[in-house]
Design a protein around this ligand. Structure first.
Ligand code: SF4
Length: 474
């Protein structure tokens, strides 16, 4: 706690040292093959890489070496998390915003945007629509505005948890919201959030100033320290991210790594629960996005996913419907552990059963609007269980407890049985016949890989699900 207080008492300490990061990237040019193999071996032993080692991976030039990195990234994911992908849906509550981020459709100066904030009744409608498709986990997103203050966050989170559809409900609400004070973080923590997520967007200071010209978000350090304050307030699952396309992708990977190391150092080894790496996408009346010289090509995007996977083996990685289906598939093969499905990001779009995207109601345009059943079916074809599991945070496996399990490669002891249980629920209650068929075959294969004692317990729980019980977990 003393170290936490020291970090918070000294918020001007900027732990993103650009000269050092650029120096590491320059120094590690043309890494020797043996050096790369040693780095890969360290990651396969589930140890977090040092910045020099990540810089060496980012400088690989040889395609065969990249193939080794890709294969190792897939192995690391399998060792830590097993064959399962956690699935969630985004729920956008408001597109009113005080900030003027040049890349965002919600920015204050964008007159093309149709502004709206959901009432609590509308939040309940959106929630019911999502529950009906089978979702159990949400990431709830808010603009930064006095009308979506902490009281609104508190009310919306509680509304979502209270909304039911028969025995179905949302069991985990994560939020993506503007940085809060410690007191306000305590309030949203008390409302029962799972993870608090905020992206630094870019770690490059000059770029940060250019793309965030006004509003509270212009304060780089207030945002950089948001997750310290969240941890101080008792929220021990925190999530970092960068928006790729604002600045050089290699630098941003280094920034994410330094952010993860800082959190580890300050909070007893607890790094970020997840890392996100969205790419810039078109948004209504936002030409900046098409002009950015730093847009990330697909080839480099796959590379950055694999390098992040190896650099921070214990951390979840999120790939979303911003990406087209083929890239999401590649991302999951390279080690992503979470993805969304049936995403609609227009304000109020779920309850309105919107099929088409309406740019003027969205922050940006999605590339993959497939429904949940289609995504679940594809994952099953890839040998991946779709997990709707929320047991971890409801059983206290968060923060250091989760991180210690992840670092020892023990997460799948709980995650695979719980993934199977929630997957079975989904297959019975919501899946199409083809998805159910392929899903049940996958469950059959995966349960055989479990230790006998775990399998016996799982089988007893699966039998209870067949008779109508729900929300069972190990
Ligand atoms: S990126 Fe976030 S803070 Fe910036 S304008 Fe968009 S909603 Fe507001």
């Amino acid at each position: 706690m003393a170290r936490e207080m020291k970090a918070l008492a000294n918020p001007e300490r900027d732990f993103i040292d650009e000269d050092r990061m650029q120096g590491q990237l320059s120094k590690q040019r043309d890494p020797e093959p043996q050096k790369i193999r040693d780095i890969i071996a360290k990651s396969l032993a589930l140890q977090r890489l040092d910045p020099d080692q990540t810089a060496a991976l980012l400088n690989i030039d040889d395609e065969d070496q990249w193939q080794e990195v890709f294969a190792a990234a897939a192995k690391v994911k399998d060792r830590v998390y097993g064959p399962r992908v956690v699935t969630f849906a985004p729920l956008y509550c408001s597109n009113l915003c005080l900030n003027d981020c040049v890349y965002c459709g919600f920015r204050k100066s964008n007159r093309a945007e149709k502004r709206r904030k959901l009432s609590l009744a509308e939040v309940a409608d959106e929630t019911r629509a999502l529950i009906a498709t089978g979702h159990r986990r949400l990431i709830v997103v808010y603009g930064e505005h006095p009308s979506s203050d902490v009281a609104y966050l508190d009310d919306t989170i509680r509304t979502i948890y209270q909304t039911r559809d028969g025995h179905d409900e949302i069991r985990r609400v994560n939020i993506n919201a503007a940085p809060l004070s410690i007191a306000d973080f305590r309030r949203v923590g008390a409302a029962g959030i799972g993870t608090y997520q905020v992206f630094q967007e870019t770690y490059h200071h000059q770029t940060y100033r250019q793309v965030h010209p006004s509003g509270p978000k212009a304060d780089y350090l207030w945002r950089l320290y948001a997750l310290h304050r969240a941890q101080e307030a008792g929220i021990d699952d925190v999530a970092i991210g960068a928006l790729f396309g604002l600045y050089d992708w290699r630098f941003e990977v280094m920034g994410l790594l330094y952010h993860a190391i800082e959190l580890e150092n300050q909070f007893g080894g607890v790094g970020p629960h997840t890392i996100s790496f969205p790419r810039l996408e078109p948004a209504a009346n936002t030409p900046w996005n098409e002009r950015s010289p730093y847009r990330v090509r697909d080839r480099d995007f796959k590379r950055l996913i694999a390098v992040l996977r190896l650099s921070v083996p214990y951390t979840g990685m999120i790939i979303t419907a911003r990406e087209p289906a083929a890239i999401r598939r590649a991302g999951i093969e390279l080690g992503c552990t979470q993805t969304d499905a049936s995403a609609r990001i227009g304000i109020g779009a779920y309850a309105e059963r919107e099929q088409e995207q309406e740019a003027a109601r969205q922050q940006f345009l999605l590339n993959d609007s497939r429904g949940l059943d289609e995504v679940v079916c594809e994952l099953a074809e890839m040998g991946q269980l779709t997990s709707f599991c929320t047991a971890g945070y409801r059983c206290g496996r968060t923060g250091s407890t989760f991180m210690n399990l992840a670092k020892q490669g023990q997460v799948h002891r709980f995650c695979i049985p719980n993934a199977i249980l929630t997957f079975q629920e989904y297959l019975l209650d919501h899946a199409s016949a083809p998805t159910r068929k392929i899903g049940e075959r996958l469950i059959h294969r995966q349960r055989k890989r479990l230790p006998t004692s775990v399998r016996r317990r799982l089988d007893r729980l699966l039998a209870r699900i067949q008779t109508g019980e729900r929300d069972l977990r190990v």
